[in-house]
Design a protein around this ligand. Structure first.
Ligand code: PNS
Length: 171
């Protein structure tokens, strides 16, 4: 049977830290299903489709990677997709408490699903989607932090939003 893992997240947007974890996962698993959270309570910068499409483009050459969006319980999504492992990245101790709670809640909900933690390269230990958005919005350099396609889409988003703010101001 193929060893399959789900790698869930908001991915708003995917960063090089996420990519690093996926590449590490590919050395362990036969298939990785990237699960992009569709959360109506949050207002992400990128729509679910935009987040999924960016990841699909980044891994277009990698046959072992699949990308889907999901809503509802992660364990239900994993089971429906025949995955028994959830992969998560741990950047620093500060991630631990949140991840520990989620892993144990998921185990309570479905004891057959295991969570596997992996550390990204230390050069990504400070990296987060939130900071990437902030740096981009304020005109900072994103080199080495996100894949090229993500940098392009981020620049487009912020150019558009500053344009529409200016337009609104004129009205
Ligand atoms: O990238 P993020 O925002 O840290 O990812 C969080 C995610 C998507 C892994 C988490 O919010 C999640 O699994 N949501 C699905 C809802 C769920 O299953 N909740 C109960 C278990 S904690």
């Amino acid at each position: 049977m193929k060893k399959k893992a789900v790698y869930p997240g908001s991915f708003d947007p995917i960063t090089n830290g996420h990519v690093d974890i996926i590449l590490r996962g590919l050395k362990i698993f036969d298939e990785i299903l990237i699960a992009v959270l569709e959360n109506p309570k949050k207002t992400p910068l990128f729509t679910t489709k935009e987040r999924v499409d960016m990841i699909k483009e980044i891994f277009s050459e990698e046959k072992k990677v699949e990308v889907k969006s999901f809503h509802g319980l992660l364990v239900d999504f994993a089971r429906k997709n025949n995955a028994r492992v959830v992969m998560r990245g741990l950047r620093a101790i500060s991630d631990f408490e949140y991840e520990f709670q989620m892993a144990l809640m998921n185990r309570k909900l479905d004891p057959e699903i295991e969570t596997l933690f992996m550390m990204p390269n230390v050069k990504y230990s400070f990296l987060s989607s939130r900071l990437v958005k902030e740096v981009c919005m304020l005109g900072g350099c994103l080199t080495g932090l996100v894949p090229e396609i993500v940098e392009k889409r981020l620049r487009e988003k912020f150019k558009l939003s500053s344009k529409s703010k200016k337009e609104k101001g004129r009205k």
